[in-house]
Design a binder for this molecule. Structure first.
Ligand code: SF4
Ligand code: SF4
Length: 81
């Protein structure tokens, strides 16, 4: 499933560059993940890169966007034809 950023985000910007899908952008007051672009890093990395770098531990699964690993891989390939 896609991930989401909760209200503990400090808008530090650390997660934007590591995202392989350019799914994270600045919004006010917190950063947001585009669920159409987040693959949990499936297709690019073993672990979600944004979670690895986030100092606020505020990136969590988004139950509104449940997807299988196959779904996430298909999304990755659609984003990177
Ligand atoms: S899990 Fe990966 S693809 Fe999803 S927002 Fe984080 S860095 Fe981007
Ligand atoms: S790394 Fe974490 S605290 Fe920093 S902008 Fe991203 S979600 Fe917010």
């Amino acid at each position: 499933m896609a991930l989401l950023i909760n209200n503990d985000c400090t808008a530090c910007d650390a997660c934007v560059e590591p995202c392989p899908n350019q799914a994270i952008s600045a919004a006010s007051p917190i950063y947001v993940i585009d669920p159409a672009k987040c693959t949990e890093c499936v297709g690019a990395h073993d672990d979600p890169q944004c979670i690895d770098v986030c100092p606020a531990d505020c990136i969590v699964p988004d139950p509104a966007h449940a997807e299988s690993k196959d779904d996430l891989m298909a999304k990755y390939h659609a984003l990177h034809p």
